[in-house]
Structures are given as structure tokens and as C-alpha cells.
Design a protein around this ligand. Structure first.
Ligand SMILES: Nc1ncnc2c1ncn2[C@@H]1O[C@H](COP(=O)(O)OP(=O)(O)OP(=O)(O)O)[C@@H](O)[C@H]1O
Ligand SMILES: [Mg+2]
Length: 382
């Protein structure tokens, strides 16, 4: 959540900075060009003025002035007589030139844009040159906005892509969770079915045993429903004796895994407590130990060490398995990441959620060495 927020703020600031500098830069450019264009129009006016006073027989000078007038190829200008009628125009669309009402509206536009330049071609007789910005200048003025829109679109698209990938990640979690539910329910249910068959042919003494086993399976089912009902709601955390909790959890696991896996618990203080929700916490231990057993191919040791320091409780779970490759260390907690043929890549992401979101604790890989083993560390408040 925090990462996502940072991301958004960074994107926004980035867009703002780029927008601001590009605006500043173009407004500078626009200023320079505007001055250039005004100068050009002034030259144009001077040339026109000269053309009225020059001796018509001086063809050289006349050519020079015509060249000067033609020099303006970009800035739209309209020459207006003192009675307001249009005499001449340059750099205006030929379709507009033929359309008097269109010409009028262009002239209106020009009047708003710039003050006209006056040419006194005979004493008391004046003509006016109106002009507006060249197309390039107009385009340049809009450029920062175009740029901002493009940046905005870019950010929007990358944001959508980002959240889509998060959604697909969440979908994977749901699929995995459904799979996990089926898997968890499967064991006690098939065990109960076997006991039912056994009951049919059992004598009284055997029936008592069977009922006891069935009630264990039922307890297990109850625990599973309890866990799933806790996901999504704020769990109640209690001060629990962590050593006792771990012992019970290990007892349960020992019966389920191969006899060749040895468990041991060491603690610095048998009375230390941590704030936890047992049914969710057990789930984490189960997932970590299942992974450890997988990593050891069902043969090896799992060492659990409990310790405390500054209101924190540490639970280290070390196995003698094959270890985690350096390249995978960062990915193992990502939903869907697995190196197992039949894995869902769910165990560790679930453990992380339970520890970090529900217990406000931390889970990490303390160390891992290929061929030697891995130690996971859980940190809880006490
Ligand atoms: N103790 C461990 N030793 C070595 N590798 C481990 C250990 N724990 C986890 N891993 C690696 O991390 C990966 C992800 O583990 P995770 O429990 O999330 O998924 P999984 O065990 O592959 O599948 P699932 O738990 O959903 O059945 C594993 O596939 C494995 O490569
Ligand atoms: Mg696993």
C-alpha cells in the first residue's frame, strides 16, 4: 500500500516538473519568436513605405524593396486603407483570401492580437498593417499543453498496466487460496471416510478408538473453518505463551510428516509471550515446516529457536534442506512464485500476509546456503 502511494506521488511530481520546465522553456522561446516576428513586420512596413516614395524608374531600388516585402513568408499580414477596406494581404490561406467575411474575421483576430503599424504614404494619408502570429509561433504556444496531455496519457497507461498486474497477482492468490482450502479440507475428510468404513466392521472397543480419531478430524475441520473465517477480518490477538504454542504445533506436524524429519525447539525463556492469534499463527508454522520438509526431501532436521529482545520475540526456523538460490531470495514471498512442480507458490505469501498484516510483525529469510539449509525468521511484538 505504502509503495503504491509513493509511486503515485512520484509520478505526479515528475509530471509537474516536466510540465513546469517545458512551459518555462517554451514561453521563453515564444517570447523570442514574438520579438523576431514583430521586427519582421516592422521591416515589412518600412519596405512598403519606401515603395511609395521611391522613384518608379529606379528599378534596382524597386526590386530591392519588392524582395524585402516578399521576405516575409511566414507572418500573416493584411494591409488596410484609412477607410478600413482591405488593400492587400500576405501569407493567408488562398481559400480565405477569396472569402470576404472570412477575411474580416481574420482581421478582427489580428486587431486583438497586435497593434497595427501605420504607414503614412502621402501627407495625411495612412495605411495600416495588421498582423498575427505565424503558424509556428501559434503551434509553439500550444506545445506545452500538448506535451502535458501526452505525459498525462503516458502516466495513465502505465498506472493502468501497473494496477492490472496487481489485479492478476490478486487473482492468483484467490485461485491458490481456493486450492489450499480444498487441500486442507481433503485430509481430514478422507481420513473420516476411512474411519467410517472401519466403524462398519468394528467391535465395541475399536469403535471407541475410531470415535476418538474422528473427533480429532472434526477438530481439525473446525480449525480450518476458523482460519478461513479470520482472513479478511481483524483477528483478535492475545498474549500467548509462544513456547507452548510452538510445541503443540510441532506435535501436530510430527505426526503428519515422515519419521525421518526431526524437530527440536530451543528457547531462552519458556515463559515468554507474544501477541498472536493461534489459529492463524499455526498456519504460518505449518507452511514454513512444510516447505522445510520439501526442501529436505523428507529427511533431515528442523530446529526452532525462540528468543526475545526489546519487546520483540524472534522465532527462527532452520532446516537442513537444499537452500534457496540467491537469485530467488527476493521472489519467494511473491504470490505464485514456486520452484516445485506441484507448488502453488502460496505458502510464503500467505505466511507474510498473516505475519505482517494480521500480527504487525515481520517475516524474512535470515540466511540460506545452497546444500546446507535455510533459516526463516519471524519477529513478533510481545
Ligand atoms: N525452507 C526452504 N528451503 C528451500 N526453498 C524454500 C524454502 N521455503 C520456500 N522455498 C522456496 O520458495 C518457494 C515458494 O514457497 P511457497 O511456500 O510460497 O510456495 P510452494 O511451497 O512452492 O507452493 P505451496 O506452498 O503453495 O504449495 C518454493 O517453491 C521454494 O523454491
Ligand atoms: Mg509451500
Amino acid at each position: 500500500m505504502k509503495d503504491k502511494k509513493h509511486w503515485k506521488v512520484l509520478l505526479f511530481l515528475g509530471a509537474l516538473t516536466i510540465g513546469f520546465w517545458s512551459m518555462l522553456y517554451t514561453s521563453k522561446l515564444v517570447g523570442i519568436m514574438q520579438r523576431e516576428e514583430a521586427k519582421k513586420v516592422r521591416n515589412y512596413a518600412d519596405a512598403l513605405k519606401l515603395s511609395y516614395t521611391i522613384d518608379e524608374n529606379n528599378s534596382e531600388a524597386l526590386n530591392f524593396i519588392t524582395d524585402l516585402i516578399k521576405n516575409n513568408e511566414t507572418i500573416p499580414v493584411i494591409l488596410v486603407s484609412d477607410d478600413g477596406s482591405i488593400i492587400d494581404a500576405a501569407n493567408i490561406d488562398s481559400a480565405d483570401l477569396k472569402n470576404p467575411s472570412q477575411m474580416k474575421s481574420i482581421l478582427m483576430e489580428m486587431k486583438q492580437d497586435n497593434m497595427p503599424l501605420e504607414i503614412e504614404f502621402a501627407p495625411g494619408r495612412k495605411q495600416y498593417i495588421y498582423y498575427k502570429n505565424s503558424t509556428v509561433l501559434t503551434l509553439l504556444k500550444y506545445y506545452p499543453f500538448v506535451q502535458l496531455i501526452i505525459i498525462g496519457l503516458f502516466i495513465l497507461i502505465s498506472y493502468l498496466a501497473f494496477s492490472a498486474s496487481r489485479k492478476s497477482e490478486q487473482n492468483r492468490v484467490w485461485v491458490g487460496l481456493a486450492k489450499e482450502t480444498a487441500h486442507q479440507l481433503g485430509t481430514p475428510i478422507s481420513s473420516m471416510m476411512a474411519w467410517m468404513d472401519y466403524l462398519k466392521e468394528a467391535d465395541e472397543a475399536q469403535k471407541v478408538d475410531a470415535i476418538e480419531e474422528i473427533s480429532k478430524d472434526l477438530q481439525r475441520l473446525e480449525l480450518i473453518t476458523d482460519r478461513f473465517s479470520k482472513i479478511g477480518s481483524a483477528p483478535i490477538l492475545k498474549d500467548e505463551n509462544i513456547y507452548e504454542v510452538m510445541k503443540k504445533s510441532i506435535e501436530y506436524l510430527e505426526r503428519r510428516v515422515s519419521k525421518q524429519v526431526h524437530f527440536s525447539i530451543v528457547t531462552t525463556n519458556e515463559l515468554m509471550t507474544a501477541k498472536l492469534n493461534i489459529s492463524l499463527f499455526d498456519w504460518v508454522i505449518e507452511n514454513l515446516c512444510k516447505n522445510a520438509v520439501d526442501a529436505m526431501d523428507g529427511k533431515g532436521s528442523i530446529f526452532i529457536t525462540l528468543s526475545e529482545e526489546h519487546h520483540k520475540v524472534y522465532i527462527d526456523i532452520r532446516d537442513t534442506g537444499k537452500g534457496i538460490a540467491k537469485a530467488n531470495l527476493k521472489s519467494v514471498f511473491t504470490p505464485g512464485f514456486t520452484t516445485k512442480r506441484r507448488g502453488w507458490g502460496l505458502g510464503l505469501s500467505l505466511a507474510k500476509r498473516i505475519i505482517e498484516n494480521y500480527h504487525e510483525g515481520q517475516i524474512s529469510i535470515k540466511e540460506s546456503e545452497i546444500g546446507k539449509g535455510t533459516t526463516f525468521r519471524i519477529e513478533l511484538k510481545n
